[in-house]
Structure formats: C-alpha cells, structure tokens
Design a protein around this ligand. Structure first.
Ligand code: A3P
Length: 303
C-alpha cells in the first residue's frame, strides 16, 4: 500500500499506481480484490475513461442484449443491466454482488489496464473500449465536475485544464488510460470504438459491435437500438440518462449526464493557447500510438 498518494487538487481522491480512486467509494482492498474477479467466457466488459460515451454504450449494450429492454417490457435501468465492477454500490434489485449475475454478464468499468481482473488479460471475455477526443473529454468533465458532489469543483476552466493535464481527476491521466489499454490490445479480446464514429455513423458502429459480440439483430431490432440510442431519446429516457441517481451524488439542477452530445464543443471554452499547448502534449505523449481522433464535427476523417 506504500504506492498510495494524495491528489493535490482533489482531496476526495487517492492516487494508486497512476489511477485516481474515490476514497469513500473505492477502498484499496476492494480494488485489489478485483484482480481475482472470476471471468466467464461470455462476459462483456465496456471500458471507458470518464465522459467518453459510457452511458451511451451502456444503453446500446442493454438494447442489443435484451429483447425485453428493446420492447419496453423490461423496465430496468442501464446501470443495473451493465453494472460497474469497481463501485461498491448496492444495486436496486438488492443484489450487492455483480459477480453472481446470470450469464451473459455485461459490465462497465473505468479502470485502467493495471487494475482490471487478471483473467480479462487472457482473451477469455470480450472488451469494448470506447474513447473520445480528449479536448471534448476535458470540456465534458469540466461540466460534470461541477454537478458531482464527490469532486472538488474547479474555480475556473484554466484551473481544471491544468488539473486534467496533471491527471488530478478521477481515473487519473487520460493519456495513461488510453495508452495502457491500447498498448495491451494484443493481450485482450478487445474492440476499440470512438465516440466520434458513433456520432457520425452509429449504424455502422452498432453493426461492428454486433459482429464482435456475435449477436445477430434483425433489421427491426437494429432500428430500435439506433432510435433508442439517439441523444434526444436518451435525454428523456430515465432508464438510460442516469437522472434517477441519488441527489447526494449529483446536482441535476447544475448539469446533466446528457449535456450536448456533440463533437468540438471544446472550442467554445478552450483558448487557442490552451488548445495549442494541449496539441503539443498530445503529440509528445501519444507519438508511439497509431491513434487519430476527430476534433471537429465537420472535419474530414483524415487528421
Ligand atoms: P457532453 O458532456 O460533451 O455532452 P459518459 O457517459 O462517459 O459520462 O459521457 C457523457 C458524454 O456522452 C456527454 O457528453 C453526453 O452528452 C454524451 N452522450 C451520452 N449519450 C449520448 C448520445 N446518445 N449521443 C451523443 N452523446 C451522448
């Protein structure tokens, strides 16, 4: 435990081997115990850095896997259908142990490669890793921080920008998270998906997911998935938009999970100097990864 350190800009967090965990919700002993989480062949893990499309993908997976969810006979929130492995929360159906769920189990996680269950690293289960251009992650997280009771709200964007670059936020450094997963892609049965591709052509991305998951959907079912996963549909869908979450966690008068749902909103807040500084850091830190992002909504796919 000697690798545990405090996080200078957020006293709610502790840093442990590069990742920042919530002190109250994620005890180190529990996090370490996840190494032994028993994986089944038909498990599916959806992994993201925060604000990269997590609840969107939770909704899509819930729709792909459950006919009852698609046709409205199953009124279960997506956070129950695709529960977290790293938060020690009691689920609404009284099941406190996500491990005992019936197969096929769907899970969500923000964990870095270092902390996920050992057996995930031998291709036993399927992993979908969703990533988003980090400038929009910064913007989205900046707003999210303000509504989250368990995060120290930054006095201004400049402060938050630096906090993000230093990885003083839940989940730690975006660069380390993406690098950690991407550089281990050959150890895992993993599909990388980009938020921007979902925005630009959700049908293709959902089809790609179905092939990876070996789930065949007929045309009508696919159309329901696509309709129920649009921003506007999800915004009003209490099973998907997280607005049922306890008010002691989030102040929904300040903000929403479903905020703008677009590409390039960073431009409305980030200064040119900040953007250029970010580009330099991005080039340096990501130079060994073969990864391109779409930064603007009207951009050609060649960056
Ligand atoms: P913005 O804050 O930029 O609007 P996460 O679920 O990982 O916390 O990510 C939240 C971000 O995903 C928010 O981004 C939210 O609006 C966006 N999002 C959620 N559902 C979406 C959808 N159906 N279409 C587009 N964006 C969506």
């Amino acid at each position: 435990m000697d690798t545990i350190a405090s996080v200078s800009r957020d006293s709610n967090l502790y840093r442990y081997e590069g990742f920042c965990f919530f002190k109250e919700l994620m005890k180190p002993e529990f996090i370490n115990s996840l190494q032994d989480f028993e994986i089944r062949e038909d498990d599916v893990f959806m992994i993201t850095y925060p604000k990269s499309g997590t609840i969107w993908t939770q909704q899509i997976l819930s729709l792909i896997y459950s006919e009852g969810y698609r046709n409205g006979t199953e009124q279960i929130e997506t956070s129950e259908k695709v529960p977290w492995i790293e938060f020690q929360a009691v689920s609404k159906d009284g099941n406190t142990d996500p491990q005992s769920r019936p197969s096929p189990r769907l899970f969500a996680s923000h964990l870095s490669y270092r902390f996920v269950p050992r057996e995930l690293k031998n291709k036993k289960a399927k992993i979908i890793y969703v990533m988003r251009n980090p400038k929009d992650v910064i913007k989205s997280l900046y707003h999210f921080e303000a509504m989250a009771a368990y995060a120290e709200t930054s006095p201004n964007f400049d402060h938050f920008f630096q906090k993000f670059l230093d990885g003083d936020v839940f989940a730690g450094s975006w660069f380390d998270h993406v690098q950690g997963w991407h550089s281990h892609k050959d150890c895992c049965n993993i599909l990388f998906i980009k938020y921007e591709d979902m925005i630009m052509d959700l049908r293709s991305v959902v089809k790609q997911m179905c092939v990876f998951l070996e789930k065949e959907l007929d045309n009508d079912s696919l159309n329901i998935v696509l309709k129920r996963a649009t921003f506007n549909e999800m915004k009003k869908d209490l099973l998907a938009n997280k607005e049922n979450m306890p008010e002691d966690f989030f102040d929904f008068k300040i903000g929403k999970f479903m905020r703008k749902g677009t590409i390039g909103d960073w431009k409305n807040t980030m200064t040119v100097a900040q953007s250029e500084a970010f580009d330099r850091i991005f080039q340096e830190k990501m130079k060994y990864l073969d990864l391109n992002f779409t930064w603007n909504i009207n951009e050609n796919r060649s960056e």
